[in-house]
Write a protein that binds this ligand. Structure first.
Ligand SMILES: [Zn+2]
Length: 318
Protein backbone atom coordinates (compact mmCIF):
# COMPACT_ATOMS: atom_id res chain seq x y z
CA UNK A 1 0.00 0.00 0.00
CA UNK A 2 3.03 2.27 -0.14
CA UNK A 3 3.19 2.51 3.66
CA UNK A 4 6.68 1.02 3.58
CA UNK A 5 7.99 4.21 1.93
CA UNK A 6 7.28 6.05 5.18
CA UNK A 7 9.31 3.70 7.33
CA UNK A 8 12.85 2.25 7.48
CA UNK A 9 11.41 -1.26 7.81
CA UNK A 10 11.67 -3.37 4.64
CA UNK A 11 8.12 -4.74 4.48
CA UNK A 12 9.17 -7.46 2.04
CA UNK A 13 12.19 -8.73 3.95
CA UNK A 14 10.50 -11.85 5.32
CA UNK A 15 9.21 -12.94 1.93
CA UNK A 16 12.65 -12.20 0.43
CA UNK A 17 14.31 -14.34 3.12
CA UNK A 18 11.80 -17.08 2.41
CA UNK A 19 12.59 -16.91 -1.33
CA UNK A 20 16.29 -17.37 -0.62
CA UNK A 21 15.52 -20.45 1.45
CA UNK A 22 13.23 -21.84 -1.24
CA UNK A 23 16.02 -21.37 -3.77
CA UNK A 24 18.51 -23.15 -1.55
CA UNK A 25 16.43 -26.03 -0.24
CA UNK A 26 13.45 -26.38 -2.59
CA UNK A 27 10.75 -28.74 -1.36
CA UNK A 28 12.74 -29.67 1.74
CA UNK A 29 11.57 -26.37 3.19
CA UNK A 30 7.91 -27.43 3.07
CA UNK A 31 8.62 -30.51 5.16
CA UNK A 32 10.40 -28.40 7.78
CA UNK A 33 8.06 -25.45 7.94
CA UNK A 34 4.70 -24.55 9.37
CA UNK A 35 2.70 -21.67 7.96
CA UNK A 36 0.74 -19.69 10.51
CA UNK A 37 -2.91 -19.68 9.50
CA UNK A 38 -4.59 -18.20 12.59
CA UNK A 39 -3.67 -14.75 13.92
CA UNK A 40 -3.48 -13.92 17.62
CA UNK A 41 -6.88 -12.54 18.66
CA UNK A 42 -7.54 -9.79 21.18
CA UNK A 43 -9.19 -12.36 23.44
CA UNK A 44 -6.00 -14.46 23.52
CA UNK A 45 -3.73 -11.41 23.82
CA UNK A 46 -5.52 -10.24 26.96
CA UNK A 47 -3.29 -12.66 28.84
CA UNK A 48 -0.55 -10.02 28.54
CA UNK A 49 -2.22 -6.84 27.24
CA UNK A 50 -4.89 -4.61 28.74
CA UNK A 51 -8.28 -4.64 27.03
CA UNK A 52 -8.10 -0.84 26.71
CA UNK A 53 -4.87 -1.02 24.73
CA UNK A 54 -6.12 -3.79 22.44
CA UNK A 55 -9.32 -1.83 21.76
CA UNK A 56 -7.32 1.32 21.08
CA UNK A 57 -5.58 -0.44 18.16
CA UNK A 58 -8.76 0.20 16.13
CA UNK A 59 -7.72 3.85 16.08
CA UNK A 60 -5.28 5.19 13.53
CA UNK A 61 -3.64 7.47 16.09
CA UNK A 62 -2.64 4.49 18.28
CA UNK A 63 -1.20 2.60 15.32
CA UNK A 64 0.64 5.74 14.14
CA UNK A 65 2.16 6.12 17.58
CA UNK A 66 3.37 2.51 17.77
CA UNK A 67 5.09 2.62 14.39
CA UNK A 68 6.26 6.20 14.90
CA UNK A 69 4.82 7.61 11.66
CA UNK A 70 2.58 10.55 12.69
CA UNK A 71 1.14 10.90 9.15
CA UNK A 72 -0.59 7.53 9.50
CA UNK A 73 -3.18 9.05 11.85
CA UNK A 74 -4.91 10.42 8.73
CA UNK A 75 -5.31 6.97 7.13
CA UNK A 76 -8.47 4.98 7.97
CA UNK A 77 -7.99 2.52 10.84
CA UNK A 78 -9.19 -0.53 8.89
CA UNK A 79 -6.51 0.07 6.25
CA UNK A 80 -3.76 0.22 8.88
CA UNK A 81 -5.12 -2.79 10.71
CA UNK A 82 -5.00 -4.89 7.58
CA UNK A 83 -1.60 -3.59 6.50
CA UNK A 84 0.22 -3.45 9.84
CA UNK A 85 -1.58 -4.82 12.89
CA UNK A 86 -2.77 -8.04 11.26
CA UNK A 87 0.79 -8.89 10.18
CA UNK A 88 1.89 -8.50 13.79
CA UNK A 89 -0.97 -10.78 14.90
CA UNK A 90 0.27 -13.56 12.59
CA UNK A 91 3.88 -13.10 13.69
CA UNK A 92 2.78 -13.16 17.34
CA UNK A 93 0.80 -16.36 16.76
CA UNK A 94 3.98 -17.68 15.10
CA UNK A 95 6.01 -17.13 18.26
CA UNK A 96 3.45 -19.10 20.29
CA UNK A 97 3.44 -21.91 17.74
CA UNK A 98 7.25 -21.91 17.69
CA UNK A 99 7.37 -22.08 21.48
CA UNK A 100 5.01 -25.07 21.54
CA UNK A 101 7.26 -26.86 19.07
CA UNK A 102 10.46 -25.85 20.84
CA UNK A 103 9.28 -27.53 24.05
CA UNK A 104 9.46 -30.82 22.15
CA UNK A 105 13.27 -30.39 22.30
CA UNK A 106 14.18 -28.43 19.27
CA UNK A 107 15.27 -25.08 17.93
CA UNK A 108 12.41 -23.37 16.16
CA UNK A 109 12.84 -20.25 14.07
CA UNK A 110 9.97 -17.82 13.68
CA UNK A 111 10.65 -15.78 10.57
CA UNK A 112 9.20 -12.70 12.26
CA UNK A 113 8.36 -11.74 15.84
CA UNK A 114 10.72 -10.51 18.55
CA UNK A 115 8.59 -7.50 19.44
CA UNK A 116 10.53 -6.54 22.54
CA UNK A 117 9.24 -2.95 22.87
CA UNK A 118 5.58 -3.87 23.51
CA UNK A 119 4.26 -3.23 27.03
CA UNK A 120 1.08 -4.45 28.70
CA UNK A 121 -0.76 -1.18 28.14
CA UNK A 122 0.91 0.25 25.07
CA UNK A 123 3.14 -0.49 22.12
CA UNK A 124 6.17 1.45 20.95
CA UNK A 125 9.27 1.08 18.79
CA UNK A 126 7.28 -0.61 15.97
CA UNK A 127 6.04 -3.34 18.36
CA UNK A 128 2.30 -3.95 18.78
CA UNK A 129 2.24 -7.18 20.76
CA UNK A 130 4.57 -8.68 23.35
CA UNK A 131 4.90 -11.96 21.46
CA UNK A 132 7.43 -13.72 23.71
CA UNK A 133 5.54 -12.82 26.90
CA UNK A 134 2.30 -13.87 25.17
CA UNK A 135 3.79 -17.26 24.30
CA UNK A 136 5.23 -17.77 27.78
CA UNK A 137 2.09 -16.75 29.65
CA UNK A 138 -0.14 -18.83 27.38
CA UNK A 139 1.97 -21.93 28.03
CA UNK A 140 2.12 -21.19 31.74
CA UNK A 141 -1.70 -20.95 31.77
CA UNK A 142 -1.86 -24.31 29.98
CA UNK A 143 0.56 -25.72 32.59
CA UNK A 144 3.06 -26.70 29.88
CA UNK A 145 5.56 -24.41 31.65
CA UNK A 146 5.39 -24.08 35.43
CA UNK A 147 5.87 -20.72 37.19
CA UNK A 148 9.16 -22.01 38.62
CA UNK A 149 10.58 -23.36 35.34
CA UNK A 150 13.57 -21.27 34.29
CA UNK A 151 13.09 -19.33 31.06
CA UNK A 152 15.81 -17.29 29.36
CA UNK A 153 15.64 -14.32 27.03
CA UNK A 154 18.77 -13.71 24.99
CA UNK A 155 18.17 -10.40 23.28
CA UNK A 156 20.85 -9.41 20.77
CA UNK A 157 18.82 -6.84 18.87
CA UNK A 158 20.67 -3.50 18.87
CA UNK A 159 17.93 -1.91 20.96
CA UNK A 160 17.28 -2.72 24.63
CA UNK A 161 14.24 -4.94 25.15
CA UNK A 162 12.41 -2.59 27.49
CA UNK A 163 9.00 -4.12 26.77
CA UNK A 164 9.93 -7.73 27.56
CA UNK A 165 11.83 -6.60 30.66
CA UNK A 166 8.75 -4.72 31.91
CA UNK A 167 6.86 -8.01 32.15
CA UNK A 168 9.55 -10.01 33.92
CA UNK A 169 11.69 -7.63 35.95
CA UNK A 170 10.33 -9.07 39.20
CA UNK A 171 9.94 -12.68 38.03
CA UNK A 172 12.90 -14.72 39.28
CA UNK A 173 12.07 -17.57 36.88
CA UNK A 174 12.85 -15.42 33.85
CA UNK A 175 16.45 -14.31 33.29
CA UNK A 176 17.40 -11.77 30.67
CA UNK A 177 20.62 -11.35 28.70
CA UNK A 178 20.52 -8.15 26.67
CA UNK A 179 23.46 -6.71 24.75
CA UNK A 180 22.30 -3.32 23.51
CA UNK A 181 23.42 0.04 22.18
CA UNK A 182 22.82 2.43 25.07
CA UNK A 183 23.07 5.47 22.77
CA UNK A 184 19.94 4.71 20.75
CA UNK A 185 16.27 4.26 21.76
CA UNK A 186 15.24 3.34 24.47
CA UNK A 187 18.59 4.27 26.02
CA UNK A 188 20.51 3.18 29.10
CA UNK A 189 18.65 1.06 31.62
CA UNK A 190 18.25 3.06 34.81
CA UNK A 191 19.07 1.60 38.21
CA UNK A 192 21.95 -0.19 39.87
CA UNK A 193 23.94 -2.17 37.22
CA UNK A 194 24.79 -4.87 39.78
CA UNK A 195 21.07 -5.71 39.92
CA UNK A 196 21.04 -6.65 36.23
CA UNK A 197 24.60 -7.73 35.33
CA UNK A 198 23.55 -9.30 32.03
CA UNK A 199 21.69 -6.30 30.64
CA UNK A 200 24.89 -4.97 29.13
CA UNK A 201 25.19 -1.51 27.56
CA UNK A 202 27.39 -1.02 24.49
CA UNK A 203 28.53 2.26 22.98
CA UNK A 204 27.52 3.37 19.50
CA UNK A 205 29.96 2.40 16.77
CA UNK A 206 31.26 -0.70 18.57
CA UNK A 207 33.13 -2.87 16.06
CA UNK A 208 32.94 -6.59 15.27
CA UNK A 209 35.88 -7.70 17.39
CA UNK A 210 34.72 -5.82 20.47
CA UNK A 211 31.13 -7.00 19.99
CA UNK A 212 32.02 -10.67 19.56
CA UNK A 213 34.52 -10.57 22.44
CA UNK A 214 31.85 -9.22 24.80
CA UNK A 215 29.28 -11.75 23.61
CA UNK A 216 31.64 -14.72 23.83
CA UNK A 217 32.73 -13.73 27.34
CA UNK A 218 29.37 -12.82 28.84
CA UNK A 219 26.87 -15.23 27.29
CA UNK A 220 28.58 -18.41 28.61
CA UNK A 221 28.67 -16.78 32.08
CA UNK A 222 24.96 -16.04 31.81
CA UNK A 223 24.16 -19.62 30.81
CA UNK A 224 26.36 -20.99 33.60
CA UNK A 225 24.50 -18.89 36.13
CA UNK A 226 21.13 -20.14 34.85
CA UNK A 227 21.56 -23.91 34.58
CA UNK A 228 18.94 -26.27 33.12
CA UNK A 229 16.46 -23.81 31.66
CA UNK A 230 13.19 -25.14 30.28
CA UNK A 231 13.21 -22.72 27.37
CA UNK A 232 15.23 -19.91 25.78
CA UNK A 233 14.05 -17.15 23.50
CA UNK A 234 16.68 -15.74 21.16
CA UNK A 235 15.92 -12.30 19.73
CA UNK A 236 18.29 -12.38 16.75
CA UNK A 237 17.83 -8.77 15.66
CA UNK A 238 19.89 -8.01 12.57
CA UNK A 239 20.05 -4.28 13.28
CA UNK A 240 23.52 -4.61 14.81
CA UNK A 241 24.98 -4.79 11.29
CA UNK A 242 27.01 -1.71 10.31
CA UNK A 243 24.75 -0.93 7.33
CA UNK A 244 21.65 -0.71 9.52
CA UNK A 245 19.83 2.62 9.55
CA UNK A 246 18.88 2.50 13.24
CA UNK A 247 21.19 0.22 15.23
CA UNK A 248 24.26 2.54 15.14
CA UNK A 249 26.78 -0.27 15.73
CA UNK A 250 29.65 -1.18 13.40
CA UNK A 251 29.39 -4.96 13.33
CA UNK A 252 30.22 -6.50 9.96
CA UNK A 253 27.90 -8.76 7.98
CA UNK A 254 30.14 -11.78 8.61
CA UNK A 255 30.36 -11.00 12.32
CA UNK A 256 26.54 -11.07 12.58
CA UNK A 257 26.62 -14.52 11.01
CA UNK A 258 29.31 -15.54 13.50
CA UNK A 259 27.17 -14.17 16.36
CA UNK A 260 24.17 -16.26 15.34
CA UNK A 261 26.22 -19.41 14.90
CA UNK A 262 27.88 -18.93 18.26
CA UNK A 263 24.55 -18.51 20.07
CA UNK A 264 22.84 -21.40 18.30
CA UNK A 265 25.79 -23.75 18.80
CA UNK A 266 25.99 -22.89 22.49
CA UNK A 267 22.26 -23.44 23.07
CA UNK A 268 22.34 -26.65 21.07
CA UNK A 269 25.35 -27.92 22.99
CA UNK A 270 23.39 -27.43 26.20
CA UNK A 271 20.20 -29.01 24.77
CA UNK A 272 18.12 -25.93 25.55
CA UNK A 273 14.78 -25.77 23.70
CA UNK A 274 14.97 -22.47 21.83
CA UNK A 275 12.69 -20.11 19.95
CA UNK A 276 14.48 -17.73 17.59
CA UNK A 277 12.75 -14.52 16.53
CA UNK A 278 14.03 -12.03 13.99
CA UNK A 279 13.25 -8.81 15.89
CA UNK A 280 14.61 -5.57 14.32
CA UNK A 281 16.58 -5.10 11.10
CA UNK A 282 16.51 -2.02 8.88
CA UNK A 283 19.17 -2.63 6.27
CA UNK A 284 19.24 -4.28 2.86
CA UNK A 285 21.33 -7.01 4.49
CA UNK A 286 18.65 -7.98 6.99
CA UNK A 287 16.76 -10.53 4.88
CA UNK A 288 20.01 -12.20 3.80
CA UNK A 289 21.14 -12.56 7.42
CA UNK A 290 17.75 -14.02 8.38
CA UNK A 291 17.95 -16.53 5.55
CA UNK A 292 21.54 -17.36 6.45
CA UNK A 293 20.64 -18.25 10.03
CA UNK A 294 17.71 -20.40 8.90
CA UNK A 295 19.96 -22.07 6.36
CA UNK A 296 22.59 -22.77 9.01
CA UNK A 297 19.97 -24.38 11.26
CA UNK A 298 18.73 -26.60 8.47
CA UNK A 299 22.19 -27.59 7.24
CA UNK A 300 23.47 -28.47 10.71
CA UNK A 301 20.35 -30.32 11.83
CA UNK A 302 21.39 -33.52 10.06
CA UNK A 303 24.56 -33.82 12.09
CA UNK A 304 23.31 -36.42 14.56
CA UNK A 305 25.65 -35.12 17.24
CA UNK A 306 22.92 -33.68 19.36
CA UNK A 307 20.83 -36.84 19.80
CA UNK A 308 17.15 -35.94 19.73
CA UNK A 309 18.10 -32.37 19.19
CA UNK A 310 18.20 -32.43 15.45
CA UNK A 311 14.70 -31.39 14.57
CA UNK A 312 14.73 -27.78 13.63
CA UNK A 313 11.59 -26.20 12.32
CA UNK A 314 10.75 -22.98 10.63
CA UNK A 315 7.68 -20.96 11.22
CA UNK A 316 6.75 -18.86 8.22
CA UNK A 317 4.73 -15.73 8.71
CA UNK A 318 5.77 -14.25 5.39
ZN1 LIG B 1 16.18 -3.06 17.24
Amino acid sequence: MGLEKLHPFDAKKFSKAWSLLLNEFGDEISALSTIVTTPATNEALEIVHSREYLTSLQQSKTIASVVEIPALRFIPGFVLQKGLVDSARYATAGTLLATRQALESSIVFNIGGGFHHAFSDHGEGFCFFADAAFALETLRAERKISPTDKVLMIDLDAHRGNGFTSFYENDKSVSIFDLYNMQVYPGLKQGEPDDFPFIIPLRAGLNSDEYLKTLKTELPLFLDSNPHPTLAFYNAGTDIVATDKLGALSVSYDAVKERDRFVVDLLREKNIPTVIMTSGGYSNDSYKLIADLASYLIRTSACGIFNNYCHNALIGTA
